[in-house]
Design a protein around this ligand. Structure first.
Ligand SMILES: [Zn+2]
Length: 257
């Protein structure tokens, strides 16, 4: 066996092993794994494992990701797709490189993109908590619907399948139920954008409560106070910090009284 066919054999073996472990070989620097695990390393399970962890490629062109973008003084989470990797001085690479410093992300909901160091790019999936536990997914479903929630993606035509998963956007706590087909990066990105859309819609209320946070603790017969409390209950993730603090105290006092 000459050297090149030997290397080919090792590559084939490594790709088989990765696939058997349920990994996508595309997301790994296979040559690096071979070098660390089998050429320089003793090939033990631990050494293989360490090499696999080390040589995982976190981002690929086409991945759905999230970046933070400042809009109207707020740091909004916007989702998009990695268009290409860039050098430190913002040039395009001609071929694949192991550790590009930055990437250009084409944003789904804006006519622009965002250039960010990889350290400021988050795989979209990290923003969500996903459960497929039947009891949790369908807790509170109406009895007249046989105790089942349906997929809420809105893309189904005549028949909407039951939900398979409950997806929670960690930053806002907003939840949505999807069938397995709809539990994908595009639908999750729409869910992730909800917080930003809600904030745009509620701009006046947010400003009002930023300037007059004490309004939220007004008496029960005060219409404005009552309206801000109802708003805070509907959009807890949008309540300005000071107003949220006062509202929490107000609720505590009321509970005690
Ligand atoms: Zn669906």
């Amino acid at each position: 066996m000459d050297t090149s066919s030997g290397v080919r054999e090792l590559r084939k073996q490594a790709i088989e092993d990765l696939t058997r472990e349920g990994r996508d070989p595309e997301r790994y620097n296979v040559n690096g794994i071979i070098r660390d695990a089998w050429i320089n390393g003793n090939g033990s399970a631990e050494v293989w494992r360490a090499a696999v962890d080390k040589h995982r490629i976190q981002f690929l062109v086409g991945d759905t990701v999230r970046v933070a973008v400042e809009i109207d003084g707020f740091e909004e989470y916007l989702y998009g797709r990695i268009e290409e990797f860039r050098t430190a001085d913002n040039r395009t690479y001609r071929r694949r490189v192991p550790n590009p410093p930055s990437a250009y992300v084409e944003l789904f909901e804006r006519y622009s993109g965002a250039l960010r160091p990889l350290s400021e790019i988050t795989p979209e999936i990290d923003d969500f908590e996903i459960t497929s536990e039947h009891e949790e997914v369908h807790r509170g479903a109406p009895a007249h619907n046989f105790g089942i929630f349906h997929c809420a993606s809105g893309i189904h035509g005549g028949y909407t399948p039951p939900a398979d998963v409950l997806v929670i956007h960690r930053a806002s706590g907003i939840e949505r139920r999807f069938c397995n087909d709809c539990n994908n990066g595009g639908q999750r990105a729409r869910l992730g954008h909800q917080m930003w859309w809600d904030r745009q819609m509620c701009r006046d209320t947010i400003q009002e409560l930023t300037e007059h946070p004490e309004q939220i603790t007004g008496p029960a017969d005060d219409e404005d106070a009552d309206a801000s409390r109802r708003w805070a209950d509907a959009f807890p993730y949008l309540v300005p910090a000071k107003a949220a603090e006062l509202y929490a105290q107000w609720k505590e006092h009321r509970g005690a009284a």
